[in-house]
Design a protein around this ligand. Structure first.
Ligand code: EPZ
Length: 430
């Protein structure tokens, strides 16, 4: 199993190219199930989760052609992938595949809309909370589907003639359930109005792609989304939006180590709340042509309290990284997690680097320390593991991060991107 070895203490200087967003690419890829034409996605990141979903889509009958990567001057790659689902080969998504990645559960929306039925295993995914599927069941039921749980699977059946547009308001904001409703309602008869929809940029990206395929969706990015159903969707070409979580992660890394880095191919407006928090912590962040410039001052980190919330609030997917940054602040900060009840697995690992963190319910109290010291640590989930990398970059001596397959799910060429900016980071394959 691979490990990552970090020797901390170096400032980061240079350019880090930001990849396409994993959490946009996954629903966009799933949208290819809605049409018999080819959906071409540009800027698809090369990540374990994307490769996993490629296998899952193949099982449903999607032909996939990957165009080789092309290197640009700033070190970035672009990867274009063509998805063609002439006919759906299988409307069952089996446990062996869905249990590895929660997002693969989302195939339930397009399968139900296009084929009138789906049998999808209840999902797995990161161990960050219970993550139920009640909102998917309620939402699809509102569109007329019959939903039944049987033997660990959801059996979903559309009414004769297909799903029917409806008004449905989510009792709680869910990114995944919003994605699924957008896809399902696009092929429903009549108009669907979704209330309390997720406003994440990835939802907007999916809506834009579906509209390019012929859907009629308005209001994405606000809490109320209206979808006028159409009888069929066609192919399209769409560019996956930049990864705001990767952007925020590297911005926090620079704030932590000090240095001057341009994050290229990204957009500051995707993460206003996180940028505000990083600025309050003392780093200088500005929009530059084609990206963001971050100047960090290392030792002069100020304590900042944050609370995770659905977009446009502070993202839960940056909570662990921000806590990593706060471990070296000049004072006490608080990090409150409101989205997932169990997303604090990084706390005990950061403590191995010398961080002083105490947990009380959903809030962590972080007492900044002047130095972290390298140690062996273990990655526990995707974002938790990158917080350990950030900690390791600022720690004195060597940090060895094991179980890096978590990192590979969501960070493309992490060690290469950091090394190009002067960090000492290497992958050790045993
Ligand atoms: C998406 O997960 C992301 N995943 C997550 O990123 C992210 O943390 C999360 O949104 C919140 O921003 C992808 O986009 C692939 P939710 P999702 O449904 O859609 C509860 C990462 O590290 N809920 O918005 O699964 C749920 O338990 C990952 O990249 C229900 O109660 O998240 C949670 O408390 C991890 N019932 C809250 O809603 C449901 O039926 C928000 O979850 C569905 C969700």
């Amino acid at each position: 199993m691979d490990r990552i070895r970090i020797v901390g203490g170096n400032a980061l200087n240079g350019i880090i190219p930001i990849s396409g967003a994993k959490n946009a690419a996954l629903p966009l890829m799933i949208a290819s199930l809605l049409t018999s034409d080819t959906l071409t996605l540009e800027n698809v990141p090369h990540l374990a989760d994307v490769e996993g979903l490629i296998r899952i889509l193949g099982n449903h009958g999607v032909d996939i052609a990957v165009n080789g990567r092309r290197e640009h001057q700033d070190g970035s790659y672009s990867r274009t992938v063509h998805f063609t689902c002439r006919t759906v080969a299988d409307t069952t998504a089996p446990y062996e595949l869905v249990s590895k990645m929660r997002a693969s559960f989302w195939v339930i929306g397009p399968l139900l809309a296009r084929e009138g039925q789906a049998r999808v295993s209840l999902p797995g995914g990161c161990a960050i909370g219970t993550r139920p599927v009640d909102l998917f069941i309620e939402g699809l039921t509102a569109l007329g589907a019959e939903m039944e749980i049987d033997g660990g699977y959801i059996n979903a059946k559309a009414p004769k003639g297909g799903l029917i547009g409806a008004r449905y308001t989510f009792p709680k904001v869910s990114v995944g359930a919003t994605h699924v409703m957008l896809m399902a309602a696009s092929l429903a008869r009549g108009t669907t109005v979704i209330g309390n929809a997720a406003r994440e940029p990835e939802v907007v990206d999916l809506a834009n792609c579906l509209n390019a395929m012929g859907a009629k969706i308005s209001g994405a990015g606000t809490s109320t989304i209206t979808i006028e159903g159409v009888t069929s969707l066609s192919g399209a070409r769409h560019r996956v939006l930049p990864d705001r979580i990767e952007t925020g992660t590297y911005a926090m890394a620079v704030a932590m180590t000090g240095g001057d880095v341009t994050l290229s191919g990204t957009d500051i407006s995707l993460l206003d709340t996180a940028i505000e928090a990083i600025r309050r912590a003392g780093a200088e962040v500005s929009a530059v042509d084609g990206g963001i410039r971050v100047i960090g001052h290392g030792d002069a980190i100020r304590p900042v309290d944050i609370v995770t919330e659905p977009f446009p609030g502070f993202p839960t997917d940056l909570q662990a990284q921000f806590m990593g940054l706060m471990t070296r602040a000049n004072g006490i900060s608080h990090v409150t997690e409101t989205i997932f009840e169990n997303r604090f697995m990084h706390v005990q690992e950061l403590a191995r680097l010398g961080a002083k963190i105490t947990l009380s319910g959903q809030t962590a109290r972080i007492e900044g320390v002047t130095r972290l010291r390298g140690a062996p640590v273990m990655a526990t989930d995707l974002r938790a593991s990158v917080s350990l990398v950030i900690g390791g970059l600022a720690a004195e001596g060597e940090t060895m991060v094991s179980r890096v397959y978590h990192l590979d799910r969501g960070f493309e060429r992490l060690e290469e991107k950091l090394t190009r900016c002067g960090a000492i980071v290497e992958r050790i394959s045993d």
